[in-house]
Design a protein around this ligand. Sequence first.
Ligand code: NAP
Length: 478
Amino acid sequence: MKTQTAGTPMLIAGQWEYGRDTIDVLDPQDNSLIDTVPAATKEDLLRALDAAQEGVKIAEQLTVKQRMEVLQGAADYVESRSEEYAIVIAREASKTIREARKEVARCVKTLRVSAGETRRISGETIPFDEAAGGENRVGYYYRIPIGLIAAITPFNDPLNLVAHKVGPAIAGGNAVIVKPATVTPLSALKLAEAFIAAGLPEKVLTVITGHGSEIGDALVSHPAVRMVSFTGGLDAGNHISKTAGLKKIGMELGSNSPVIVLSDADLEDAVQASVSGAFYAAGQNCLGVQRIYVQNDVYDKFIDRFVSSTKHLQTGDKLSEETDMGPLITEKEAKRIEKWVNEAVLDGAQILTGGHRNGAYYEPTVLVNVTPGSKIAVEEVFGPVVSIFRVSNLNEAINFANSVNYGLQAGIFTNGVSEAFKAIQRLEVGGVMINDSSDYRLDAMPFGGVKASGLGREGIRFSLEQMTEPKVACFKLS
Ligand code: NAP
C-alpha cells in the first residue's frame, strides 16, 4: 500500500531523506496507519554505501573519549525520552506498553555498556622469544575497527536489537548501515535521532528503510561491507550467508527453546517463569519457551497451575496498562500460527486453553499430546503457543530437548546440583538458565546459539570482538 504522506525520513549518512516511494507503517492491532517511511531503492543504497566508506575513515579517527561521549549522550537522550520511545515500540510492534518500557530501559543499558566497553578494547604483548629467531623482537597486538558493518535487524525488539549492533559498532570505531525490519522501522530511526543529537559525525551511521528482498542482496554482497551482523529468521540468515561472500558474518537466529521441570523443582517458580517466557511479546521472542518437559510425578500439578495462570493473561489494546499480551506482528502471522495449531490437533494434540484467533490476535495457547517430531515441536512457532510433554527422567528430557535443529537457550528447574550440571553439560544450546526459563538475557552476557540458532555471539564485549580485528606490531631490535 502506498500513501502520499511525507512521513518520517530515513537517515542516509547523516542526512534525513525522504524517498520516491513510501512504506506504510501499520499498527498490527487494528491495521491503522501510524506513519510512512521511505522505500529505499538500490540507488539510495549505493549512495549510502559510498558515503559510509567515507564514514569508515571518520569513525576510525574518533578517539575512545569521543566514542564514549557519543554513546553516553545517545543513552541520555533515549533515557530522558523513555516514554516517547516506549510508545513508538508499542505502536509499530506487537509489544504492550509495559513490555515496551522494559525494552527502552534495556536499550539505555546496552548503550551505556557499549560506552564502558569502548575503553576496554585492548591487546597484549606478544612473547616473540618463545620461538627461535624471536630473541631480539618485542611487540604487541591491538584491535582495529573492521570498517563498515551492515546491521540487519528483526521486528520483535525493534529498538534494543538495533542498539546491540550500533552500540558496539561505534564503540569499536566502525561505520554502520542499519536495515531495520520493514514492519518496524520507526524505533530504529528514533535511535538514530539519539546518535545525531549526541554528536555522532555524519556518514558514520545510516538507517536505510526498505525491503530486504529489494535492497538486501546489494547491501550484504557489497565489497565495502566488511561484516554482516544479522538478527532474524533462519531462511533470511541462510540466504544472507550465501550472498554475502568473503566477509565476517554474525548470525543471531531463531529457536524453539526447551524448559525442563524436574520433580524436585519449586513448581510455582517454574510455572510463573515459564508462562511469562512462553507468552512474553506474544511469544515473538527468540528465547521464548516453546517446549516444556515435565517429570512424571509433578506433570498433572504443573499442567493445572500452568493452564490456570495462562487463563489469567489479558490480551487487548497494547497501550493499556492492563494488557499482558498484544497481537502478532501481522494477521498473516496469526493465521500461520492458527494453521500450525490446527495441524497439530489433527495430528492428535489437545488444546488445554486458547486456540482461537481474532484478526492479528491469537490466544495464549497450551498444547499437550503433541507428537514429538511434528512441525509444532521442531520448527520455530514464534507465537503464543507452548507444548507441554511428560517425561520420566532428566536423560529423556535432555534427549527430547536436543532433538531439534535449534539451540539458543534452555531452562531447567531443579534443586539438584548434579542434575543442573548434567543439563549444563549436555544441553546443545548457547546458554542454560538454572531455575529460570530459557527467556532470560543480560544484555552484557555472551548471547547466541549453536546449530541453526546462529553463528557468533552478541552481548557488546562479544560483538566488539567480532567488530574489531587484531593488528600486530613487531619491533626487530638491533
Ligand atoms: P526475518 O524475516 O528473517 O527478517 C529479519 C531482517 O532481515 C529484516 O530486516 C528483513 O527485512 C531482513 N531480510 C529479509 N530478507 C533479507 C535478505 N534477502 N537480505 C537482507 N535482509 C533481509 O525475521 P523477523 O520476522 O523480522 O524476526 C523474527 C526472527 O528473528 C525469528 O526467527 C527470531 O527467532 C529471530 N530473532 C533472533 C534473535 C537472536 O538474537 N537470536 C533475536 C530476535 C529475533 P524485511 O523486513 O524488509 O523483510
